[in-house]
Ligand binder design. Sequence first.
Ligand SMILES: Nc1ncnc2c1ncn2[C@@H]1O[C@H](COP(=O)(O)OP(=O)(O)O)[C@@H](O)[C@H]1O
Ligand SMILES: Cc1cn([C@H]2C[C@H](O)[C@@H](COP(=O)(O)O)O2)c(=O)[nH]c1=O
Length: 198
Amino acid sequence: MAKLFFKYGTVFSAKSLNLIATAHNYETQGKKVLLMIPFMDTRSNGNISTRAGFELKAEMIDTDTNVVDVFIEHLNKKEKIDCVLVDEAQMLSSKHIDQLRDIVVRFNTPVICYGLRVSYTLELFEASKRLFELSDKLEEIKTICWYCASKATHNLKLVEGKPEYKGNPIDIGGLEKYLPVCYNCYVNPPIEKELKGV
Ligand SMILES: Nc1ncnc2c1ncn2[C@@H]1O[C@H](COP(=O)(O)OP(=O)(O)O)[C@@H](O)[C@H]1O
Ligand SMILES: Cc1cn([C@H]2C[C@H](O)[C@@H](COP(=O)(O)O)O2)c(=O)[nH]c1=O
């Protein structure tokens, strides 16, 4: 029986790197993966990429895209899909997550979603909440706090060097805007540490 997975972590925890390694493992065995990324991720241009330097082309999922239809289009092209991999899953809607769940059940195909758990405003993203509700397996991808030796559990947003805790939970950006932090450093960040070598 195929399963729905949610592999979640903070920003900069190597989620995309993990996805690309999984795709590579399938492909070296001659198996086919279907890659998806939300259209909303305007940084991607339809590519899943990692800061470690790899990039893969993906299907872009817009608000009104039915992901089951995307999957069936590939089957109709005589592709045998062995696994669906979704990056930045937190930017999808809960309806998309229901559709991904449907793919697992109807086509007995594993779906692995990678994404953030909570926003810089400390809210579960709509899609992440649905993934916690529907997934067969939850796995945390871990990294360390930017400022101390604790595990990072939250995402700190900095605007002109100052922490920002309120606003639209979806706000695209990279390390210039978000840092992986523990809860203590989220609440009281020692923000003088510079961004070096990233
Ligand atoms: N230039 C680099 N070369 C190799 N690895 C890097 C480089 N820059 C960052 N990394 C590593 O890449 C990881 C972040 O990767 P990424 O997959 O983009 O994370 P996420 O998708 O969780 O934001 C971190 O573990 C970091 O140590
Ligand atoms: C914390 C947080 C992040 N985002 C955005 C910023 C990036 O575009 C992605 C996360 O990318 P990564 O590969 O995981 O680093 O999500 C956001 O919109 N809201 C947030 O709270």
